[in-house]
Write a protein that binds this ligand. Sequence first.
Ligand SMILES: [Zn+2]
Ligand SMILES: [Zn+2]
Length: 429
Amino acid sequence: MPGGLLIKNGRVIDPANNIDKKCDVLVIDGKIAEVGTLGPGVEKTVQKVIDAGGKLVTPGLIDIHVHFREPGDEEEETIASGSTAAVAAGFTSVVCMPNTNPAIENETDVEYVHRKGRQTRKTHVYVMGAITKNREGVELAEMGLMAEAGAVGFTDDGRGVQEPSVMLRALKYAGMFNMVVAQHCQDEGFAGDGVMNAGYYSTILGLPGIDALAEEAMLWRDIQLIKKTNVRYHAQHISTAESIKLIKSAKKESLPVTCEVTPHHLLLTEESCAEYDTNYKVNPPLRSAKDVQALKQAIADGFVDTLATDHAPHLQSEKELEFLAAPFGIASLECALSLYVKALVEPGVLDWPGLIRLMTVQPARIIGIEKGTLSRGKQADITIIDPNAEWTIDVNKFISKSRNCPYHGWEAKAKVEKTIVGGEVRFET
Ligand SMILES: [Zn+2]
Ligand SMILES: [Zn+2]
């Protein structure tokens, strides 16, 4: 914004630069010009002043796992509705998954998503391309051309790549462009037609289960492939205690392996499925309390690289089907920050800087974008948060087109007040 923007008196948290102090942020021409205590003279030189007293001022939040359903399922979400919801939730960058209809699998598809994002002018919209054509796990998609068009990684999300030789080829190919390959770890042989976690609850509910091994077997296999290729690999929505052990040992061997955890795998357990409420049907499924505990411990110990929502909007008419037939997924973008606060900050798993780190510089590193910091000269993507605001989650107030969210009615803490993208205020309460 020509003329400049001064955000004064906030608690500035910029984990990449080890900053956590009360000070000011000056934005000039859409870029960070200075972070520090600026004299009163500066105030007169800028066009706009925001008093952030009592608020947190952080780099714009980043979510590297969202489903905006375009092209193909625009009645569930569009890039426009999704990115408008994203800025309202404090996210200045999101990464769309390629399991649209048709899948994002060539450079034209990648450019289409980017164009829709630019036209909406809300959040920065990035996209991962499919690993295989039509996400069928057989023939590699146009990975090189998609990388050139600006895709930030590859995944067949919604499915894992089943055939080891295909995955090995995909890793070698992605490695040529230094791109990250992300995996929805799920061995379909183990998962079968399961709809919830396999265990005591699936047995008493009479529902087919997805064994934890479905995730762990593929993650174990992929780690062996990374030992061979040393290509950057990202395990999406890790959900079990055993997966955490695998990630830990891979990291101890210094393999380029990262992982993410979703809010639902931190806040909900398989027990929630007992009412046959399909808002709890998600893939990978909600696990046991022991798994939730292991995920939280891994976050506290620094083995989880980022938090990601896996925002998966669905039509109410589809979610109203019986548990066996309803689609998997939870729409949680608009309450994500408060959910992480409830799961991690309130119980003392992380402090605020720890949480902001997992939502800014860390996800930016995974996808290799120059974001997630308030370093001088960087594009001014900034989120202003009221950490003490109390509110009730109401799906009817969602900007997202979908309402499939099990947190309706929950008491929440912390709210996004303003979201600034490239120096421009694109959301404010
Ligand atoms: Zn997935
Ligand atoms: Zn997903």
